[in-house]
Design a protein around this ligand. Structure first.
Ligand SMILES: NC(=O)c1ccc[n+]([C@@H]2O[C@H](COP(=O)([O-])OP(=O)(O)OC[C@H]3O[C@@H](n4cnc5c(N)ncnc54)[C@H](O)[C@@H]3O)[C@@H](O)[C@H]2O)c1
Ligand SMILES: N[C@@H](CCC=O)C(=O)O
Length: 515
């Protein structure tokens, strides 16, 4: 019997035993750094000369691993393998497909700290962020397995005399999974195993910044019994194989999570019918955010400051859900700003491979340069009241940064920075706070800190974001509790970790039989 879904608990690092176990996992992973990793096509390991070199963002000299790079020919081979695997995987009972996910969840759970330790090195995550990422991956495995069991019985239809109608779901065919680097285990895992458990073989192209932890997932799914050809691992240079994967005539869907610009490019290309293509491609595109926390006049101001600081600076603001705009009622603005600065001063910054710190380096040089540039832009657009220091001599370190008195239309209030930078703006009344919150092209997450029930009810319907939180921060959605996805330029609102997600990878079929 499958037990009801319950999310994976987080690790308490104040507990000495947990701390020591995590340190042992870090040592284990350190002893494995620098290895070569292959492509995996039809279960075969293929090593190429050309490699993606993953480095530790907190210590640029440390090589985490060297991962083989797929070419267009490898993509063709992987697609052939996926098409072949589809003939059997599509007919495998849903319960057997779900069992692969449940077993994979058990394997990862047994080696949880080891996976988190890889995230510390490969993605530069502080311990609690790495632990949350691994836990979310386990949740996706457990949740989507259960969702598939539910969908396997189809839906009930009405029958008439001498007529029986059946409504059931079938997989679509092979597809491509393209995740970002920021949830280098959870999003890779969730976006790959959802189409797989639905019966579709997959070509997985992980981010070029975090390919090693993605390979670890491939190993786990193989160990859990996934047949060869169902998950093909094709890391590579997106400039070389990105369009090719999307354009391929046999690609049935593209499950993409990443930036607005890449997502829109994929949507556009996927609409073009290629020679020999006999189906319409589906695109699931979960994109960026410019997420706001509103603080009302009647509110718990300590809660407000805590929510802003943790949502803005957790994992250095490198979450699509991160708070990059604090929009505050004029009567409480100064107090919330002062409290936020005080809390930010207490945040620890360092290398998470050495110690348990709150914030670490940002992911890569590109990110570092982009955030640094936005800090310069911010200096012209507002008042730098905290942070703003950058140092990439050893790792890509940027201090938590707060700008005050920023115009709602300023670039740092409008464009996704994806770093530890938050801009504060003022509003005269609650209507104006909502208006400012909605004035971006994004619509992913948002939060309202208020004790006024009428205002909360107004926000419920007028604050246009896919995930809205009252009296808490705007990050850290949990699978099965807060299905995740946004509106407007934030994406196709697929609600990852929610009850409708698997249907993006399924076709509904109706069979009518006359007796
Ligand atoms: N909405 C969500 O659920 C969600 C979750 C996590 C991250 N994000 C967003 O992701 C972004 C950060 O991630 P990123 O920097 O990896 O984004 P990105 O768009 O640069 O890259 C995402 C993925 O797309 C690949 N890619 C790049 N060009 C491609 C092309 N032409 N064709 C096919 N694939 C291509 C990359 O290699 C990577 O695997 C932020 O905007 C963030 O908000 C959104
Ligand atoms: N689901 C995550 C964000 C994913 C994007 O980076 C959260 O809710 O914080």
């Amino acid at each position: 019997m499958v037990l009801p879904f319950k999310h994976e608990p987080f690790t308490d690092f104040d507990n000495q035993k947990n701390k020591e176990e995590f340190e042992s996992a870090l040592k284990l992973v350190e002893s494995e750094l620098g290895k070569d990793y292959p492509l995996v096509i039809n279960g075969e390991r293929i090593y190429t000369e050309d490699k993606l070199v993953s480095i530790n963002p907190n210590d640029k000299d440390q090589v985490v691993g060297k991962v083989s790079k797929a070419t267009k020919e490898h993509v063709d081979q992987a697609m052939d393998a996926a098409l072949e695997a589809f003939t059997t995987w599509r007919k495998m009972p849903a319960a057997a497909r779900a069992d692969v996910l449940f077993r994979a969840a058990a394997i990862v759970r047994r080696r949880k700290h080891e996976f988190s330790a890889w995230l510390v090195y490969d993605a530069g995550k502080p311990w609690n962020q790495a632990d949350g990422d691994t836990a979310e991956g386990i949740d996706f495995l457990e949740y989507y397995g259960r969702q598939m069991l539910e969908l396997a019985s189809g839906k009930k239809l009405a029958d008439r005399a001498n007529e029986h109608n059946a409504y059931f779901y079938q997989p679509m065919g092979p597809g491509v999974v393209i995740p970002p680097w920021n949830f280098a285990f959870a999003i890779v895992c969730g976006t790959a195993v959802a189409p797989i458990v639905a019966g579709n073989p997959v070509l997985l192209k992980p981010s070029e910044h975090t390919p090693v932890i993605a390979y670890k997932l491939v190993e786990v799914l193989e160990e859990a019994g996934l047949p060869r050809g169902v998950l093909n691992f094709v890391p590579g240079d997106p400039a070389e194989i990105g369009d090719y994967l999307v354009d391929h005539k046999d690609t049935h869907f593209i499950n993409f999570t990443g930036s607005r610009n890449t997502g829109l490019r994929i949507i556009e290309r996927a609409a073009i019918v290629q020679e020999g293509q006999k189906h319409i491609k589906r695109v699931i595109a979960e994109l960026g955010g410019k997420d706001t926390i509103i603080v009302d006049k009647e509110a718990d101001l300590d809660l407000a400051a805590d929510s802003i600081v943790n949502s803005a600076f957790g994992f250095s603001g490198q979450k699509c859900s991160a708070c990059s705009r604090a929009v505050i009622h004029k009567d409480v603005y100064d107090e919330v700003l002062a409290k936020s600065i005080e809390l930010t001063k207490k945040l620890t910054i360092g290398n998470p491979t050495n110690e348990n710190v709150y914030m670490a380096a940002v992911s890569n040089q590109q990110q570092f340069n982009k955030i640094k540039n936005y800090i310069e832009i911010g200096k012209d657009e507002g008042e730098l009241v905290y942070g703003g220091e950058v140092d990439d001599s050893k790792g890509y370190f940027i201090t938590p940064t707060i700008f005050s008195n920023v115009d709602p239309d300023a670039r740092i209030m409008q464009e996704e920075i994806f770093g530890p930078v938050v801009a504060f703006a003022k509003g005269n009344d609650f209507d104006e706070l909502i208006e400012i919150a909605n004035n971006t092209e994004y619509g992913l997450t948002g939060a309202v800190i208020s004790n006024n029930r009428e205002h909360l009810e107004k926000a419920r319907y007028d604050f246009h974001v896919g995930n809205l939180y009252f009296n808490r921060g705007c990050t850290a959605a949990i699978v099965g509790y807060q299905p995740f996805g946004g509106f407007k330029m934030s994406g196709t609102d697929s609600k990852a970790g929610g009850p409708d997600y698997l249907q993006y990878f399924l076709e509904a079929k109706v069979v009518t039989e006359m007796y």
